[in-house]
Design a protein around this ligand. Structure first.
Ligand code: HEM
Length: 495
């Protein structure tokens, strides 16, 4: 750890709080879009298809975007207040750049009705669309702005860490694998920051290239690109970004859980081997999205299955083992923060298992494009990443006593978890009953059982979303009280 003076820490905290409040504003807005979609699928409202698909696009891109952005901002805060100096002005510049991207995307989707889904499957944004060409341009440019901001932020953080710890190989922990005794030790969060963010560089470069191709075609309609190549690019970009969001969030669990269990969680050979293996697998796991593309070389399809299975084991296994070793018989208070981390791990494991099921070629031929797919990724994002984020938010908003009793927050937490698993269960049941994903409503389905089950499950899901929103409101109230307390005690100690 290096010495970082208290004024710098205060300034970095202000930036982190600004990110946090922005996240807390956008998150319920995006949930509301999800609720509107479920209400439409349950035939409770009559939202038109153009609204539905623009909501779906904003919801998908927005959720994935805010979760990654906040995960990045949290790592920025932890690294910059403990291990390395990061340029604060640059941090603010990234904040405003990302805000511009968000406003552009809101405009393109809500006003322009840009609605091809997050994956914009080529040639979709140009063929058979119901939105004007300007909406495509605005949305694509906004996504490019977001991508550039993320790329610059990642490069800045990796460069600063590499300088601090003597190069990239040290950041990857390779010094632990040799026989030397005096090695540069690295904190686990630094290792995981590196392993998570470097694949992000590849993903963002490929994503930027793909978006530029979209932009070129939007200005020059006679251009045409190979759809299979475009699908490989978009899936590599999207899958990798969502995958590393989880890894970034796990990074701060390694850093913060020990503060509650009072046990060290250090980097060792097993941790380095496991995370480096995941580093490699992350890059190829996306291939399971292309099983239905018969023109994709067969060898890549098999590679997709092998790598998807392999990617599920090392980082997850070593982390689960680490968490058990941390909490087993630990003399700790189960305050809301470690509770959220523990449940976040469970969400990661449950959703991850359902994802491995879906990445099995034999099962994918039945589950592909059914509600099983949103079921698994909503599980590890909502009950994994989101819980890790709220754990971090409670940590950030708490004063000195991070283990204090918090009845309001805990009540909110249990209601949120209950509502979320109910909402998720409806997706899983939908998948098992062959209800297709990305349908604004199921009235056109010819099989009575699927049509009726789809609508009924959507109605139940909307009820559960109501429950999770109640939990969320209680958690927000608790966070708000903590923030006020923090402000009061800072004022008192200054005066
Ligand atoms: C908590 C409340 C949430 C609700 C009510 C909700 C609801 C929905 C619904 C109804 C769909 C459309 C499913 C379909 O028929 O295909 C959907 C899609 C999606 N959701 Fe959520 N969701 C929530 C949270 C999240 C979170 C935390 C993420 C984080 C990544 C997320 C990311 C996505 C994505 C990427 C899609 C796919 C969009 C597309 O296919 O273009 N959602 N969500």
């Amino acid at each position: 750890m290096i010495q970082i003076d208290s004024t710098e820490i205060k300034k970095q905290k202000k930036l982190a709080l600004t990110w946090a409040i922005t996240f807390l504003i956008l998150f319920p807005v995006l949930i509301t879009l999800g609720l509107l979609m479920r209400l439409r699928q349950g035939e409770i409202t009559e939202t038109g298809p153009s609204e539905f698909f623009s909501y779906m696009t904003l919801h998908g891109l927005g959720m994935a975007g805010i979760l990654f952005t906040f995960a990045f901002a949290a790592l920025w805060y932890l690294n910059s207040t403990r291990y390395v100096r990061l340029n604060l002005k640059f941090g603010w510049f990234l904040y405003f750049l990302i805000l511009i991207g968000v406003v552009g995307l809101l405009y393109g989707t809500l006003i322009g009705k840009f609605g091809p889904g997050w994956y914009m499957l080529y040639p979709l944004p140009f063929k058979g669309t119901f939105w004007p060409a300007w909406a495509t341009k605005v949305s694509v440019i906004s996504l490019i702005i977001l991508g550039v901001a993320w790329l610059l932020g990642i490069l800045h953080m990796i460069y600063a860490l590499a300088k601090q710890y003597g190069g990239l190989t040290n950041l990857l922990g390779w010094q632990y694998l040799g026989k030397k005794e005096n090695i540069t030790e690295i904190p686990s969060v630094v290792l995981i920051t590196t392993i998570s963010l470097i694949p992000g560089v590849f993903a963002l470069i490929i994503g930027a290239a793909m978006l530029i191709m979209y932009l070129l075609q939007s200005f020059e309609p006679s251009l045409a690109f190979d759809p299979l190549m475009m699908k490989n690019m978009v899936m590599f970009f999207g899958h990798t970004l969502v995958n590393i969001t989880m890894y970034c969030a796990v990074g701060w669990v390694y850093a913060l859980l020990p503060e509650f269990t009072h046990r060290e969680w250090k980097v060792n050979k097993a941790v380095v081997y496991s995370w480096n293996a995941s580093f490699f697998f992350i890059l190829f796991a996306y291939l399971h999205h292309l099983y239905m593309d018969f023109v994709q070389p067969t060898s890549l399809q098999y590679l997709g299955q092998v790598v998807s299975y392999s990617s599920a084991i090392p980082a997850t296994g070593i982390t689960m083992f680490g968490v058990i070793a941390q909490v087993y018989h630990a003399k700790m208070k189960w305050s809301i923060i470690p509770l959220m981390f523990l449940f976040g791990m469970a969400g990661w494991a449950i959703g991850g298992f359902a994802a491995v099921v879906d990445s099995t070629i034999a099962l994918n031929s039945s589950l592909h494009n059914t509600l099983w797919v949103p079921a698994h990724f909503h599980t590890y994002m909502l009950m994994g990443v989101v819980l890790f984020i709220f754990g971090f938010l409670f940590y950030l908003f708490s004063g000195k006593d991070k283990e204090e009793k918090d009845g309001l927050g805990k009540a909110g937490f249990w209601i949120f978890v209950l509502g979320s698993y109910g909402f998720l269960l409806m997706f899983y049941l939908g998948g098992l009953n062959s209800v297709p994903r990305r349908y604004s409503n199921y009235s056109g389905l010819e099989i009575d059982h699927v049509r009726e089950t789809g609508a009924h499950l959507a109605q139940c899901a909307a009820l559960f979303v109501g429950v999770l929103l109640v939990g969320l409101i209680l958690m927000y109230l608790s966070l708000f009280c903590k923030l006020i307390q923090q402000k009061v005690s800072t004022k008192e100690s200054n005066s």
